[in-house]
Ligand binder design. Structure first.
Ligand SMILES: [Zn+2]
Length: 172
């Protein structure tokens, strides 16, 4: 076979995997232990009263340790979202699907999760949603215990109130 006849190779797939372990630390350990029980556990800053989830063990605004544990609702409000239209490698979910930042009731920060049982075009900021959990016997130390969030038939939360403190704390 001459050089001209040789098929041009334009791409070689070389999957690289990196497996690593890290130490969760005391605050995330508490969070993970609680989610295994089906509980969303946040922690409140003693100074500004902000409630964080998942917990990091300190308040990023005030720089003080957070100790008080707060059990949060699995109802939440959509703070932002994106419609994913392109497939993600190794992700079994068929696009288009929605990834949303949701603020659980009682918390002041959001976390990212999947939305489902919804019309993608109808999802909006301020929308009320609730967690749909896996069966209890499948619960582990993971946020995956929640399959996804689904819309609730409740009035929207005004944008300016999403994640805001309802009790005024000392500003840091
Ligand atoms: Zn604080």
């Amino acid at each position: 076979m001459s050089e001209e006849e040789q098929e041009m190779i334009t791409k070689v797939e070389a999957p690289v995997y990196l497996k690593y372990n890290f130490t969760a630390g005391s605050a995330p350990t508490r969070f993970l232990a609680q989610i295994k029980n089906g509980v969303l556990a946040g922690q409140r800053c003693p100074k500004c009263l902000a409630v964080y989830i998942p917990t990091r063990g300190s308040c990023g605004r005030c720089g003080v340790p957070t100790v008080e544990e707060v059990e949060l609702s699995d109802k939440a409000t959509v703070q932002s979202f994106t419609i994913v239209s392109i497939p993600i490698p190794n992700n079994p979910i068929e696009p288009p699907f929605i990834i949303a930042n949701v603020v659980p009731d009682g918390a002041n920060v959001s976390f990212i999760h999947l939305m489902s049982e919804c019309v993608n075009e109808d999802v909006h900021i301020g929308q009320r949603v609730q967690a749909v959990w896996k069966p209890e016997d499948e619960w582990g130390y993971s946020m995956d215990n929640i399959r996804y969030f689904k819309p609730l038939d409740e009035p929207d939360v005004p944008i300016e109130l999403i994640g805001k403190l309802t009790v005024t704390g000392e500003e840091g």
